[in-house]
Every structure is written in C-alpha cells, then in structure tokens.
Design a protein. Structure first.
Length: 412
C-alpha cells in the first residue's frame, strides 16, 4: 500500500467515526508499519519523514540542510535527526526519489476534536486570507471549523498585535544610539533557528518573546485551562517550534493549510457555503505579519504611536528566503548595514510563500494587504480589543508587557 493511500484511508475512517476491530484490520492490511506509526504518532518522529529505505550514494538531500539534520544510519539509510530538524523542507525539495515527506498531525488532532473530552480551538495563521477560496471569509472559515467539532477559531493576528506592542516597547527602550539594533523574534521559526544555532552571538539583540502562535495558545489555555490548541498555517517549521523543550505543551497539534484542505475535502465541507461567524478584531499591524516586511512595518508604525517624538527612528532591513537571510546577517556582522531593526523570514515572500500555502505568494500578499487595509485599527495601541484582552490577562498597562511574563516571554 502506498503512503498516500494509507493516509487517505485513515483520514476518511477518522472522519467517519471509529470502525470495528475487524474493519480496522482490513483497513490497514498491507500497511507499512513505519508509515503507520508516523501517521498515528507523529510526535515520535521529526517534522520530515523518510517513507522508504534510501541508500542512494549521491543523495542531494545530504548537503541541503544548513542545520546538519540529515545523515546516514549504520545501514547507509538517509536519516533525519529530530533534535536538529526545523522543518525547512529543503531536503524534501532536493529528494529525487520523492522519498521524504512533511509530517502530518491530522489523525491525533481529529481524535482530540472527536472525543469531545475537552474544547479544541483552531488557531489560524495570518496567512490564511483566501487560501481556501476567495469566497471563504474569516467568519465562514470559523463556521467550518465549528462544523468539524472545534470549539472555535482564533485569528493569531490578534496575538501578532500583542507581540508587535512588545517588540515596539523593546525597541523604544533598548535602541538609544546609532550603534544599537534589534532583531525581530516575533514570527518565523526558521529565522530564530538560524540565529540560535548558527549566529548565536547575535542572540542578545533578540527580544525574549514568544511567537504569536505560542502567545495565542498560552492565552487560550490560561482563559480555558482544559482546552487543547491546534495551529494551522502554511509551513511545517511550526511543527518543530511547537516541540521546542521550553514551548512543548503550549500547542497540542500543528496542521498545514494543505492538511486542513484534505479534511474539508474528505468531510465534504465547503466553507464558502457556510454562514458568517465573525469574532476577531485584529489591527492592520497584526494582519500584515503574513508577508515579507510586515513585521517591520507593524513595529515601526507602533513605535511611532508609542513615542511620536523619538529622535532615533526605526530603520528596518528585511530579508526573505534562507539565502537572503544569511546574506543580511553576514552584512550585519561585517558592519555593512545601516539599519537598526532586522526582520528575517525563511520563505520567499514571507509566510504567504510557505511550502504548504494553497495559492501563490503574490496572490497571498495581495490578499493579506487587502485584509490589513480592511482592519478598523491601524496599530495595536489603537485596538481596544487588544487592550481589553491584556487587562484580562493581568497586564494593567501596555508598558507592563516589558516585565517578565509566563505568557509572552521566552527563555532562549
């Protein structure tokens, strides 16, 4: 049985309900035990799965990983080191045999939703706009998740708002001279992994902040302690981020847009045909995180709102795509740059160019910009819903975000 057939059989069975023991055995007859274990227990495996034995001598994947996560075992098979793999997918793109594939969390995530023992919330990445069809509004997508059994859907853009505030406050406090600079920590796990593992000398310039995904999950679990969280976005690097030792347990499952499309297709759910269910109130700043340059633009506009008379303005430089990010960091270390705020995104175009996006990055960028322009508030400091949420979480003032917080602070 091919992997894709096994995957589709199990997904269909999961959506149709638990089968009898005899039916389960018939369903899995001829299944590859390793592939089956990957699908049933993805947490035991790296973000990239090797589907079959692979001993080709000139495997192009071997030299493709900047994190040195690919090697060989004692039998000569290509292996993925789960402790090093960050889910960049470069090895998948390089594999001639098409023997490597991105991990899938669908089965355990659906099991959590279907058991009904705890509320499960879908957390949708800012890049979601029109990924599933131009007619799929945020409110209709929320209805689709509820039809699947989720307790609700939360736009992570609201928490991009909060992290924008935190980064703007950090910049205002720490960049006081022409020699000072800050590297964003807000968004891309590939960017943070590069700094931590390759350019670790720059870590003092990275604010101790979690990503919007983690901030969203922690907030949900603080407000609803029994809840479980499922992040949905365009890349598998978030699967790796969710497993980081200091973050493990915040996000229970990570699904890609492609995985969610599979679920809608097999469940015969057309989100565009469902009623509106509007709830979220993110600002333009949080909504544009999904495209390259969005974080820089969001933080710059928020710094200007926080401290309009500031003498040293935020001068941003950004790069998207791993080669461009590495070049920007090299230029920074060589003293060849003039910026004081650096934004890196691992995918060309930003999150809208993620490998599991459903539309091309140009269309994704246009959609994100349009959604940003529709926001009723320009920055998080103008957004009363963000201020209200922070107060519910125990932050009496915006400035208190600079204090150590179990919700929004990360110990790198």
């Amino acid at each position: 049985m091919k992997f894709v057939d096994l995957y589709q059989r199990l997904l269909k069975a999961s959506l149709e309900g638990a089968a009898s023991q005899a039916e389960q055995e018939a369903l899995l007859e001829g299944a590859n035990p390793h592939q089956l274990d990957c699908l049933l227990h993805p947490e035991k495996h790296p973000p990239v799965w090797r589907m079959e034995n692979c001993t080709c001598q000139d495997a192009p994947c071997l030299g493709s990983c900047i994190f040195q996560a690919i090697g060989r075992d004692e039998k000569g098979n290509v292996t993925i080191d789960a402790s090093k793999c960050v889910g960049c997918e470069e090895c998948i793109r390089r594999c001639r045999e098409k023997n490597l594939t991105a991990s899938r969390d669908i089965l355990p995530a659906l099991a959590a939703v279907r058991t009904g023992t705890a509320p499960v919330y879908a957390m949708i990445a800012p890049a979601f706009v029109s990924q599933f069809d131009r007619g799929v509004t945020p409110g209709r997508l929320r209805s689709a998740f509820k039809q699947l059994g989720f307790a609700g859907m939360v736009e992570v853009a609201t928490f991009a708002d909060i992290l924008t505030l935190k980064e703007a406050l950090e910049f205002d406090r720490n960049v006081q001279s022409e020699q000072d600079f800050q590297l964003t920590s807000c968004c891309c796990p590939m960017w943070i992994a590069m700094i931590r593992k390759i350019y670790h000398e720059l870590m003092p310039h990275v604010p101790a902040a979690v990503s919007p995904m983690i901030a969203c999950a922690r907030t949900i679990k603080k407000l609803y302690p029994d809840a479980r969280t499922v992040f949905i976005g365009p890349c598998i690097a978030k699967k790796s981020e969710a497993r980081e030792p200091d973050l493990a347990g915040d996000v229970d499952f990570v699904l890609t847009f492609q995985e969610v499309r599979d679920i809608f297709d097999f469940a015969k759910i057309d989100p565009a045909a469902l009623p509106e269910d509007e709830r979220d109130h993110s600002s333009r700043a949080g909504r544009i995180y999904a495209r390259a340059g969005g974080v820089s633009e969001a933080v710059k506009s928020t710094v200007a709102r926080l401290n309009p008379g500031r003498k040293i303005e935020l001068k941003a430089q950004r790069a998207d795509g791993v080669p461009a990010c590495r070049q920007m960091i090299s230029d920074l270390l060589a003293g060849k740059t003039q910026a004081n705020f650096y934004e890196g995104m691992g995918c060309p175009g930003g999150c809208v160019g993620g490998p599991k996006a459903l539309i091309d990055k140009e269309a994704g960028c246009r959609n994100v910009n349009e959604y940003g322009d529709e926001a009723p508030y320009a920055t998080p400091i103008d957004n009363p819903y963000v201020i209200e949420l922070l107060q519910r979480l125990g932050f009496d003032t915006v400035e208190s975000l600079l204090e150590k917080s179990d919700i929004f602070t990360r110990n790198f």
